[in-house]
Design a binder for this molecule. Sequence first.
Ligand code: SF4
Ligand code: FES
Length: 241
Amino acid sequence: MNIVLKVQRYNPGSDDEPYFQSFTVAVDPNQRLLDALMQVKRFQDGSLGFRKSCAHGVCGSDAMRINGKDGLACKTLIKEVARADGDTVTVEPLRHLPVQRDLIVDQGDFFKKYRSVKPFLINAEPVLEKERRQSQEERLRFDDTTNCILCASCYSACPVLAHNSDFLGPAAISQAYRFLADTRDRGFEARLAVLNHPNGVWPCQNHFKCTQSCPRSILITKRINQTKRIIEKRSQKAADP
Ligand code: SF4
Ligand code: FES
């Protein structure tokens, strides 16, 4: 079948405004959208800019907006976004991050916010046995969050970030939860100032758009709400006489 790939183009060095360019591509419905983009790059226009690396949903580099929804081009089959011969598939860069060129965005703010929650195990206590032990049940409490590939699909899907660019964002909060919920971690206080801030966890209004966009099926909204509850519970405990 043929599809029309309608791609947002923009080179800040030479274009005044973003614009759309359409390419007709011959594809198999079982191919991935990334294959169609690569066909364009190889045989029609080598200047088309997009990121990709693993092509198997692992590296998180090819997140983009596909027909208005955020996701990975390498995990999106043509048949999922185009039903009939000649259908148009619209591809745009992620939202809420500045475009560097075409589908390539500057992820600087996204990673700055991620780093601000100290996404690593904090525990200065001596290790008693050979390792810090944890039961399977304790590990399961945050299991899904360990699958994050930092693709920023959720960041783009978040309606709160559309009007508050300082909001910490879904990925950073769910990664903070990943360690707050870990029985081996002692970093609650170290992360509190960033999380318990007007732009920390509180602006989230449970739109669930992040959860719907996540290619790793992470229960992001639930994890954000659990993070809020951890903060409230521990703050209450500290205030109790
Ligand atoms: S939580 Fe999901 S959508 Fe967000 S960065 Fe991680 S893998 Fe991507
Ligand atoms: S290219 Fe690595 S996740 Fe798609």
